[in-house]
Design a binder for this molecule. Structure first.
Ligand code: FMN
Length: 218
């Protein structure tokens, strides 16, 4: 029983996505206390962005003709793919940055997709496995708000993790996380508190669902 956890916040102190991922992880550990957790932190230890461009074409070069750089690039993608395939359940803690996906997350996804086991058209080796997706946003993006439709990250996360990787996604979203530190958002603080509480409760219940799902199918 192995949980894979991906953190992408570029901060540790005060990170709401890490806080919720801790909650989901703790709920998982209640059922699987001594099982290993594979951690990848692309917020504090990003993957080199230029590796993807090399890996993207290296797959078409016959193995014996590959350069050292191409071999290395492909091995990075394979290592990331191995981490995913070797797990039974997943926690992804992914903030919204600049109305979209951070380059750290994009590089991680792009590199995973260079591995032949994740090629489009190939049945995903992760199909049907349970996953918790935690998304944090500083502002508000609900229907009727000025920034409605500006969160270009969450639909993409759902597309890749849910549709492309085939994971059974349980999504917990917390927004208005900047209300406490942004004076212009002062009136939104009570709502922000409510959203944080609701998101935390969801993350806990998703961690529990992950743990139960893996136990049942194992
Ligand atoms: C560089 C940067 C860009 C950000 N861009 C956005 C944004 O476009 N929209 C938004 O709602 N929040 C934005 N935020 C706020 C984060 O989404 C928010 O702080 C979130 O809680 C980050 O996750 P964390 O708490 O786990 O660090 C940004 C934060 C940083 C540091």
């Amino acid at each position: 029983m192995n949980l894979f956890r991906l953190d992408a916040s570029i901060r540790i102190e005060g990170s709401v996505s890490r806080q919720l991922a801790d909650v989901a992880e703790a709920a998982w550990l209640e059922t699987h206390p001594s099982q290993p957790i594979t951690r990848r932190d692309i917020g504090t230890s990003p993957l080199p962005a230029d590796v993807w461009g090399v890996a993207a074409f290296a797959g078409w070069v016959p193995e014996e003709d590959r350069t050292d750089a191409q071999r290395t690039a492909l091995s990075v993608g394979a290592e990331l793919a191995d981490e995913l395939i070797g797990a039974d359940a997943y926690v992804f803690a992914l903030p919204l940055y600049n109305f979209g996906v951070s380059q750290h997350v994009k590089t991680w996804i792009d590199l995973v997709l260079t591995d032949a086991r994740f090629s489009p058209g190939v049945e995903s080796p992760l199909a049907g496995r349970p996953a918790s997706l935690i998304v944090t946003r500083g502002g508000g993006y609900g229907e009727g708000t000025p920034k409605y439709g500006w969160d270009h990250a969450t639909p993409y996360y759902r597309r890749i993790l849910g549709d492309q990787f085939g994971l059974d996604l349980h999504v917990s979203e917390v927004e208005l996380t900047l209300a406490d530190v942004n004076p212009a958002m002062e009136s939104l603080r009570p709502l922000a508190k409510e959203l944080l509480e609701a998101g935390t409760a969801k993350a806990a219940s998703h961690g529990k669902i992950l743990a139960e799902r893996v136990t049942v199918s194992a």
